[in-house]
Design a protein around this ligand. Structure first.
Ligand code: C2E
Ligand code: MG
Ligand code: MG
Ligand code: MG
Length: 290
């Protein structure tokens, strides 16, 4: 910590903070430009496959930003900046409109999942924004799913409840993302109308190594979800033995690099138009290569 160090260390620390602030301001301004000029931001789509058939049932929309100087920036680096600088509303609306438009041109009835930040969830206009994106694109609301994290429960319980009701009224599905990492409380699950629970990657990866409780937690979440009439997704499956484990434990859907990373819209269209909806597991098989 800065207070334990001498003068030199303090100066070093404070200039690092300043660099951090400058970096964030640069991201803030460049993101504003990217949004206003509709340049550099793209949506890519990662398949969620049926655990039994490996056929894609849904694609999760993941934002990608090709920055003019910095190249590809990860959403983990700019979504928080967008949330802090009042841009997440505009960005979230851009995402919803783009995703609904893209998905409305997919053949068949594959659904699409969109991440909604807790800041967006706190905006009373969100249902109207979703409704307009659906109407303008013609996408069937039953094909749209919103992914929320446990952080939406930090807000006022009445407002949270009203938002759940308003969103469900639109006919969209709701998924609880990154389950198990946040302020998990089973009381939230009891009162919230989720259709799907996404088991966080941290429980899935390494779930087959000895000496950890991850596989027991996966089993418990699958069982809980079943009792509550919700489906489950195992997120972040990379290896063959992880795939076997989560399938054996009864996860409904699998998402992870073992099947595919997020792919651009033209590749999604190619895949869906081919009529072959199955994905092949091709991740590193630990038990075979070691
Ligand atoms: P998330 O919603 O939990 O999305 C899953 C993340 O895990 C994605 O990272 C995805 O590429 C990554 N992932 C999927 N399978 C694997 C795997 O097998 N191994 C590994 N190592 N990673 C895997 P990504 O695209 O970098 O997104 C990070 C986070 O940024 C997302 O986490 C989500 O919270 C947020 N995000 C992404 N797009 C959007 C968006 O359009 N709007 C909002 N509000 N947030 C977004
Ligand atoms: Mg997500
Ligand atoms: Mg997740
Ligand atoms: Mg995440």
């Amino acid at each position: 910590a800065a207070k334990g160090g001498g003068r030199g260390q303090y100066r070093f620390y404070s200039s690092e903070l300043k660099d951090g602030a400058r970096h964030r301001r640069e991201i803030e301004e460049d993101l504003r430009d990217a949004l206003s000029m509709d340049q550099g931001l793209e949506m890519h789509y990662q398949p969620l496959v049926d655990a039994k058939t490996h056929r894609v049932k849904c694609f999760e929309a993941l934002i990608r930003w090709n920055h003019p100087e910095r190249g590809w920036i990860s959403p983990g680096d700019f979504i928080p900046v967008a949330e802090d600088t009042n841009q997440i509303g505009d960005l979230g609306e851009w995402v919803l409109r783009r995703v609904c438009t893209d998905a409305s041109s997919w053949p068949g009835d594959i659904s699409v999942a969109v991440n909604v930040s807790a800041v967006q969830f706190g905006d009373p206009n969100l249902p109207q924004i979703v409704c307009k994106a659906l109407k303008d694109s013609g996408l069937d609301p039953r094909r749209l799913e919103l992914e929320l994290t446990e952080s939406v429960f930090i807000g006022d319980p009445n407002a949270t409840h009203d938002m759940f009701v308003a969103l469900k009224k639109l006919g969209v599905a709701l998924a609880l993302d990154d389950f198990g990492t946040g302020y998990s409380s089973l009381g939230y699950l009891k009162n919230a109308p989720f259709d799907k629970i996404k088991i966080d990657q941290s429980f899935v990866r390494g779930s087959t190594e000895n000496d950890n409780n991850n596989s027991a937690i996966i089993t418990a979440i699958v069982s809980l979800a079943g009792a509550l009439n919700m489906t489950t997704v195992a997120e972040g499956v990379e290896a063959m033995d992880e795939l076997e484990l989560v399938r054996e434990r009864g996860a409904t859907y699998i998402q992870g690099f073992i099947f595919s990373k997020a792919i651009p819209q033209d590749v999604v269209l190619e895949k869906l138009e081919s009529g072959d909806l199955a994905f092949e597991p091709n991740g590193p098989a630990k038990h075979r290569s070691e």
